[in-house]
Ligand binder design. Structure first.
Ligand code: ARG
Length: 282
């Protein structure tokens, strides 16, 4: 029997290599608990975290990405989750303002990096955790709230980038950042399978909004989301995705994408995955 993919597999997907910012997990550990995944009483293997992170870095390089690095700070073990350091479009960086005191000092290091690397910094007035809660797709900004970013930051982001912002309310503490519940697969347009998401991570109204704005979106199951399958990073064709999210890999293939599995199991102990370790520099 020959296995053929459904017609949608013919969808033409184009890879556009990205420029991203990452932070080595040199000081990674789970020292406190600010999300349900974190268990400070359990041992973390920093060497393993380093090797897994390096594999992600090497994967991006092999896809032709430009990868910038920010120096890790010893007192800030969560700094490896670079997505939270800000939100960047067209050379403008909207800075982060973290909810929890443990992470608040990270903002100044990221802001400093933006300024030193030629980005125009917009200092935030409202609590927001950068690309953890802001995703750009089809010219609009999806903005999460409910656990971390304050919805007042959504208006600030709309003004900073002069773009439409769609507020989405997260309701499950395991999926506390938007990038744990939605993956942007094709950022250029709101076409079929432009995004993947876990419906139950959102309130009813937000689920309806996502289905209306993104007809043909991939809806993943809880098992895929639980292994941080949605915490993926795509170049428009290659989707760097949690190795454990096997059923999601099949959904991606059916939609014409190429899953590129990467295992970040040790960094998951901090409550983050591939996308969390990645801040896109547009
Ligand atoms: N321990 C970090 C926190 O709770 C993990 C951040 C994950 N980042 C993300 N973009 N989802 O803040």
């Amino acid at each position: 029997m020959t296995l053929t993919r459904p017609a949608s597999a013919a969808a033409h997907r184009e890879a556009v290599p990205r420029r991203v910012l990452m932070c080595r997990p040199t000081w990674f550990t789970v020292a406190y608990r600010i999300n349900p995944w974190m268990h400070p009483e359990q041992h973390t293997d920093r060497e393993l975290a380093m090797r897994q992170w390096q594999h992600l870095y090497d994967t991006y390089r092999s896809l032709g990405f430009e990868v910038e690095l920010i120096d890790p700070v010893e007192e800030l073990p969560d700094m490896v989750y670079a997505a939270n350091g800000g939100f960047v479009i067209d050379g403008v960086a909207y800075g982060a303002s973290f909810v929890y005191p443990e992470r608040q000092p990270e903002a100044q290091w990221y802001n400093e990096w933006f300024k030193q690397n030629g980005f125009e910094l917009r200092e935030p007035r409202h609590i927001n955790e950068g690309e953890g809660d802001f995703l750009l797709v089809g010219g609009v900004i999806l903005a999460g709230t409910g656990f971390r970013s304050d919805s007042s930051s959504h208006a600030e982001v709309a003004a900073a980038f002069n773009r439409e912002v769609i507020t989405l309310r997260l309701v499950d503490p395991s999926f506390y950042h938007l990038d744990t519940a939605v993956a942007v697969l094709d950022s250029t347009a709101a076409g079929p399978a432009a995004i993947a998401f876990l419906p139950e991570a959102f309130d009813e109204a937000s689920q309806a909004t996502l289905r209306e704005r993104f007809p043909g979106a991939i809806e993943v199951d809880r098992a895929s989301a639980d292994v941080f399958g949605l915490n993926a990073f795509s170049d428009g064709k290659n989707v760097v995705v949690a190795a454990q999210a096997t059923s999601m890999h099949e959904q991606l293939k059916d939609a014409g994408y190429t899953p590129v599995p990467v295992d970040l199991s040790e960094l998951k102990r901090g409550g983050g995955g591939i996308k969390c370790c990645t801040l896109e520099l547009r």
